[in-house]
Design a protein around this ligand. Sequence first.
Ligand code: SF4
Ligand code: SF4
Ligand code: SF4
Ligand code: FES
Length: 760
Amino acid sequence: MSTELIKVTINGRDFQVAKGARLIDVCRENQFDIPSFCYYADLALQASCRMCLVRIEKMPKLQTSCTIICTDGMIVTTQSEEIEKAQRSMLEFLLANHPLDCPVCDRGGECELQELTFDWGNLEERFIERKNAKAEKYLSPMVANDPQRCILCKRCTRVCDEWMGEEAIEAGNRGANTVIGTFGGWLNCSQCGNCIEVCPTGTLLDGTYRHQHRPWELTQTISTCTYCSDGCQMSLGSRGGDLVRIVARDRYVNGHNGEFLCVKGRFGHPFVNHEKRIRTPLIRYQKGGRLIPATWDEAIRFTAERLDKVVAENGQNSLGVIGSARLTNESLYVLRKFATEVVETENYAVDDASSLKPFFENLGGELSTHRDIRYAKTIVLIGGEPEELQPLTGKQIRQAVRNGGANLIIFNSVPIRIREQASQFIHIRPGTEDAAVLSLANADNDALAAKKMGIDARDLETARTAINQTQGDVTIMFGSELSAAAQAIVAQFPYLFAAEGRRVLLHPLPLFNNSVGAHDMAQGKARSAIDLLAGAGQSIRAMYVAGSLLPAHLQEHPDALAKFDLLVVQELFETDTTEFADVVLPAASFAEVDGTFTNSGGLVQRVRKSIEPVHQSLADWIITARLAKELGVDFGFERSSSAVFREIADRIPAYAGLRYPLLKDESNPVQVKHAIAAQRDVSNEMNAIHGSVEALPDEGEKSQVTPSVGHELFKPGTLMSKTPQIHLLAAGNPVPESFAISPLYQITIDDNLKRDPAVA
Ligand code: SF4
Ligand code: SF4
Ligand code: SF4
Ligand code: FES
């Protein structure tokens, strides 16, 4: 929007507003209430509900403020008898077919239609004709539908199209018979539930939570998603010690994701109160024996004695400590402190799909937040599949292209879905992502890179030209396919491509919610988890794991866990990692702890306790601190995560000066200050990837198949598998016989089906 200011008069008061501003936004920003149903910021205009009417001087009739761009000298009235009369009439029309069944509607208490009707009171209903009756049904395991409550605002269809790129839900029929639905009646989509979230009425509803609680019975706690590195803000609805619902509804939370969540964030919470949560500490007194429930005192004492013995006999470095990139910053910080200051082992690792160390050590520019992605003018995506692995990033990319006209350049070996938005999709051979970096870094490598990637070298020139001609922001993203050397080169791209009027921002796409925080908390002291597993039973005699190890890493060293003299694991559930544990300590989930996560855009955001830890579980960092105390070192945090965060802020420069109160406002998130490295000679890294690219074969098949929606999202990993509906989705979302009842009651899926390992 222009920085030029113009004068607008609203209800007799003068305002200076940006030229090009939309009238409904200006009115609301200045606290003039404008009712609306179809208007939704940053979605295409619909202008169908006619609720946002205002009077504008010199215009012949009432105008819809959602379609009006302010002009200099505009004089506007938002409240008058004439306006209210028109709005009341519109509402009366909207209610003509509405069943007015608020007492049995799940949206009752947080329904925009109900609110407006109640706010005005005394609303006439003069229609005496029979209402159109339509049966309630399910559109998918996640989406329930009561079509007669629909006011045809089409927020749902626009969100599905513009945010998700799926066009799975559409309006059918005409006039008074128009209904929102889907082809064949069954939704085969990514099941994000965003159509449910933005629906202002009780037409689209959460099918996993239907008729369970009323919204006013829930305690709402603002927190951060535990699944991917996008770090969506969400409201955790709890009741009686149970987490029962997650929404991003803007009446409760106003984070960088707006009302967006994906299927994992919105529906993946039943693991929190799941019956299979580990209830007490468990000790296996003899290898091969059973795990026996124990008290916390016994378990801590037993673990400390055994750790002491291993270290006394084999030295400090015989102990390995591995943290999961899912844990909070506080837990990872305390774990690393335990490793380096209590046992003083050099063998500390974070288990993640790839290390971000080479990227951050060479970081030549700022990280791109999700807001930056939305307003970028050029987006370069090398590898990765954000629509499945970082869905908010996918949504921001789509909106940047669709609403902002951004150029999207994709290098990928698979025709991923988001290529449909790309101005340039460069279809490369599998495993040649480093070649893309090699050529972007230096055009002299174009011929070699093009040969290995199996593309036309002119495509590389086109991509470079698009970057170099950008006025505005360029965001460069990369997935975990890049080698360490290629990551280091990308990190220096701002020095190569930035120019006057062009910022170059970087956005890694790590796998976990706290991959970036895990890197930060390690302070450069993390080794690779695979290396530690490789030393099992030899140099490493005991292992202390907080979280579980990635299935892929365990597959690389299948016997490693059985080889340790002592294996201690903190977990929520029994997993492949706890199977060989001598001690299992019940850890609390993200919904039961206070702390912070740092997302892929460097935003450090609060995790807040929504319910008390279930059974006997404890926050990971509290367990580690108890163990440290038993070994003679009192960290002195006194069960206060804010005390841990204070120490993080004192000791880790990127977090300097931060405190929990400064992170209070999720609508104004704080980006940590990662050190910007000076421009440096990357010729060593260039030589390294030049060599590895040269060694690649000159031939190779490219996948021509676009991966199916949900092929990653619906993998039932340790946490997601606790949502019963996810098993239906993972099994291909079979169409039930009847849409009237939840498919869960009609289709039985074998929980134990062996599927690809998932990470979540
Ligand atoms: S759940 Fe998501 S993808 Fe499916 S119809 Fe609704 S908005 Fe579209
Ligand atoms: S289903 Fe909800 S969001 Fe969609 S058109 Fe109807 S009222 Fe609007
Ligand atoms: S996009 Fe990522 S952070 Fe957001 S809800 Fe989904 S899994 Fe959670
Ligand atoms: S909000 Fe303006 S017409 Fe619906």
